[in-house]
Design a protein. Structure first.
Length: 671
């Protein structure tokens, strides 16, 4: 750990301090230690990306249960995109800003990323003022509540499912507040609010009651009359006049939300702030290479802006023109980033040991890479678990506490059993860091903590499951695959075939390649993308690929890291949601409608069936019986009969048509 007195001194001064020897895992311990020393002020930690944010949040939950962690993510869309950020992402951002505004004496870390910290935000005053509160027993103007929801980014739906949805059914209003654990149901008697209840969106059953309700905006873009007027004025100033043919301008002017309107955020607000303005007097800690990531992000933003500007003078093939704002209207500049850091106490983490310099003082965590048991794994005569036992015994003899980090509870229990069999003792599972520290130092603790590699300090040795076994025992979110399925899929691919990767889009399969990974050969599928971008996909991840289902002639490959594929996916998801919503509405309306009961005519129906020259199959009879049951339910039928050519679908249709005709109905057979 960092020496407490030196850390307190550095946090009390402006300027940068390098914190060396901070490996993965130790970064959470260092951030928590700094947050505890800030005396009521928050620490804002800037991670490289969302993946680092997630792993750091997991580590903080393990190492520092006493520290409040507020995660502030970035938008999940590209700069100058045509799609809006996902509703759940926006909900998390606004909920985080609302929490940041609440003062606390508890140690607090605002966990964010390079992409998020560079983005300008609505003022804290706007978020604080744009709230709606109510409690059971109060009188609530439901029309004003509905107007508040519409102006602040909530979407009216038939059924509340996602954050930001609301639905009105008579005296009941369902709302899914952004950042909440689940949706709430407001039950009114006239204008009097009787109850506020949480409910499960799947079962629609209540799960508890609330004493009060506070609603925050569900979008960073507000469509109040004042915001719309401000947009019109700012639009004319930014683009040299009004353009009624611009669908963005037309939608906003008429009070309608527009897909991707968040990328014109400055036009809706008097002034934008940054996350630094929201957190106030906060110290800052930075991931290793965060400054380089900031520069790279700003270059990327400039490239996207330039591409949009160039496209204004080109044929759009029916697409709406995209008028981009200048980058400094939406994002910090390199100069602003440097100025913000210069005014604050900054801890720059690095995994390397760094000597003191005149310009940048150095504090050391004393961390270094732990032992990896790769040699024992490949040595025929060696036993990796016996090597772990010997290494752990040596560490304890040197006065160090030994902890083994695994990926899941199941792998922790398995590893505990195996190490017990190899006589590593004393040994015990632990739920968190506090439980580890309360134990005698000679007990080896096994914990659930996702670390790619272990580390050692002067008094601690952390071994990771990956150090011992070489790979994760659990691949999260993937289903086991049969060897026969894998072989048949791989053999079905030929060099030159077009394939679709779930994350990267359309590419061309060029064959198998063997590459070295950690000094070991590994078979990979070689996929070529636009601009000669290359992807080497491990063969065990072949389930991420699918065949390209359209005409290959004229197909355009995607670019690795480009935004086209993500935009296609986002648009398709939105279209699927619209189709699903319409299907649900249609099905619900059908269930509410009543229809005539059409029974088979006795005698005549049997005679008609007897003329069928073949013996019915079991599946055919089942389909016929189910269809006839539909005709007698008294509701509109909704049934699809599927089968290959010659399987007897026509006979099912003819028997159904016969029953309808004999009940005096017209029948149309469309082929």
């Amino acid at each position: 750990m960092i020496e407490e007195k030196a850390l307190a001194e550095r946090l009390g001064l402006s300027g940068r301090t390098t914190v060396s020897g901070v490996l993965e895992g130790l970064d959470a311990m260092a951030a928590a230690q700094a947050a505890r020393r800030l005396a009521g002020k928050p620490l804002i930690h800037v991670a490289l990306d969302d993946q680092r944010m997630a792993s750091l949040a997991e580590a903080l939950a393990f190492f520092a249960a006493d520290v409040e962690v507020i995660a502030f993510p970035a938008w999940d869309c590209l700069p100058y995109d045509r799609v809006s950020p996902a509703a759940n992402i926006v909900a998390r951002r606004l909920a985080a800003l609302a929490l940041i505004a609440v003062p606390t004496q508890q140690p607090r870390i605002v966990l964010t990323s390079v992409n998020a910290v560079l983005q300008r935000l609505p003022q804290s005053r706007v978020i604080a003022e744009t709230t709606f509160s109510a409690a059971p027993g109060q009188y609530v103007d439901t029309e004003k509540l509905q107007l508040f929801l519409q102006q602040n980014g909530y979407s009216r739906t038939g059924t509340v499912v996602d954050a930001g949805d609301f639905a009105i059914r008579g005296g009941i209003i369902d709302i899914y507040p952004p950042g909440a654990e689940g949706p709430v149901r407001l039950d009114f008697f006239g204008d009097a609010l009787e109850t506020v209840r949480r409910f499960d969106p799947q079962s629609q059953r209540s799960t508890g009651t609330l004493r009060s309700l506070v609603l925050h905006p569900a979008s960073e873009v507000l469509l109040t009359p004042q915001a719309i007027g401000r947009f019109r004025t700012s639009y004319a100033a930014a683009f040299g006049g009004l353009d009624i043919n611009d669908p963005l301008y037309e939608s906003v002017t008429n009070g309608r939300r527009y897909q991707g309107m968040e990328h014109w955020l400055p036009l809706f607000h008097e002034k934008l702030e940054t996350i630094f303005d929201h957190v106030g007097e906060a110290a800052v800690s930075l991931d290793h290479s965060a400054d380089e990531a900031v520069s790279a992000r700003l270059e990327q933003i400039a490239e996207f802006h330039d591409a949009r500007r160039e496209a204004l003078n080109q044929e759009t093939f029916g697409a709406a023109p995209y008028k981009p704002l200048k980058p400094d209207a939406l994002y910090l500049t390199q100069k602003e980033w440097s100025e913000f850091l210069a005014d604050r106490s900054v801890l720059a983490f690095t995994p390397f040991e760094t000597p003191d310099s005149a310009s940048t003082p150095v504090l050391s965590m004393g961390g270094r890479q732990g032992r990896n048991f790769a040699a024992e794994r490949v040595e025929a005569r060696a036993n990796v678990y016996e090597a772990v036992r010997g290494h752990a015994n040596g560490l304890r003899a040197a006065g160090k506490r030994v902890v083994i980090a695994t990926w899941s509870e199941g792998s922790a229990e398995r590893l505990e059993g195996i190490l017990r069999d190899h006589e590593l003792a004393p040994l015990a599972l632990a739920n968190d860091w506090d439980e580890v520290l309360k134990r005698p130092k000679d007990i080896v603790s096994i914990v659930v903590l996702g670390l790619e590699a272990g580390f050692e300090t002067g008094d601690l040795a952390m071994l990771s499951e990956q150090d011992i076994l070489g790979d994760r025992l659990v691949r999260r979110g993937r289903k086991a695959r049969k060897a026969s399925d894998f072989i048949s899929e791989l053999s079905a691919l030929a060099p030159g075939d077009l394939v679709v990767h779930v994350d990267h889009g359309l590419g061309r399969f060029e064959g198998l390649r063997t590459i070295e990974v950690q000094a070991a050969p590994h078979d990979c599928l070689f996929i070529m993308y636009a601009g000669n971008d290359r992807l080497f996909l491990p063969v065990e991840n072949i389930e991420l690929l699918s065949r390209y289902g359209s005409d290959e002639e004229g197909a355009q490959l995607d670019r690795l890291g480009g935004g086209a594929w993500q935009a296609k996916k986002a648009k398709l998801k939105e279209r699927i949601r619209e189709i699903a919503e319409n299907l649900i509405k249609t099905a619900a309306a059908r269930e509410l409608k009543s229809g005539e009961i059409l029974p088979p005519p006795e005698g005549l129906y049997d005679e008609f069936c007897a003329r069928f020259p073949y013996e019915e199959t079991e599946d055919q009879l089942a389909a016929i019986e189910a269809t006839l049951e539909d005709l007698q339910k008294g509701r509109p039928m909704d049934r699809l009969i599927c089968g290959d050519v010659g399987f007897g679908k026509t006979e099912v249709a003819l028997r159904t048509a016969f029953v309808a005709a004999m009940n005096g109905k017209q029948v149309a057979v469309v082929v």
